[in-house]
Design a protein around this ligand. Structure first.
Ligand SMILES: [Zn+2]
Length: 148
């Protein structure tokens, strides 16, 4: 990935290799997707939204495969995995907007965008799964009316 530290290792001269979002550490994949304060906040929000407790995202591979750590029955596990992948994509997008867009992205919209885009992607990619938007936004575990 073209993180600042990876670009620096390839000889591209940058003003800084620190995270453009928090400026608290070197920008690696692990930092962007797991350890940055922004990522920690978003993973916490996602897990609470899904009523997943006692699970922490400690590394990038763990984040990518988070569905394996969460005990959800299918097809909820499929939906949760789509949310995880959407979250990773949005963390990368937020970082890029923060670094390159003329206007700083609004952090208040990030979590709602993850909810909205994951809903849209699931609704459009899984024609055999019918999910209710209102339930999805409030409690995705109830979206299919499957008791947990
Ligand atoms: Zn950071």
């Amino acid at each position: 990935m073209p993180t600042r530290i990876n670009l620096d290792h390839r000889g591209i001269d940058l003003n800084s290799v620190r995270c453009p979002v928090c400026d608290e550490d070197v920008e690696t994949e692990e930092h962007i997707f797991v350890h940055c304060n922004l990522a920690r906040k978003i993973w916490k929000d996602v897990l609470l939204w899904w009523h997943v407790y006692n699970v922490n995202v400690l590394g990038l591979l763990e984040a990518i495969n988070l569905v394996d750590k969460v005990n959800l029955p299918p097809p909820l596990s499929t939906l949760f995995d789509a949310v995880v992948q959407t979250t990773l994509w949005f963390l990368w997008r937020y970082r890029n907007e923060f670094a390159f867009a003329p206007k700083r992205p609004n952090l208040d919209f990030l979590f709602n965008d993850i909810k909205l885009f994951s809903f849209n992607w699931i609704a459009n990619r899984h024609k055999n799964i019918s999910i209710n938007w209102i339930e999805w936004f409030d409690n995705p575990c109830n979206t299919l009316s499957i008791p947990l």
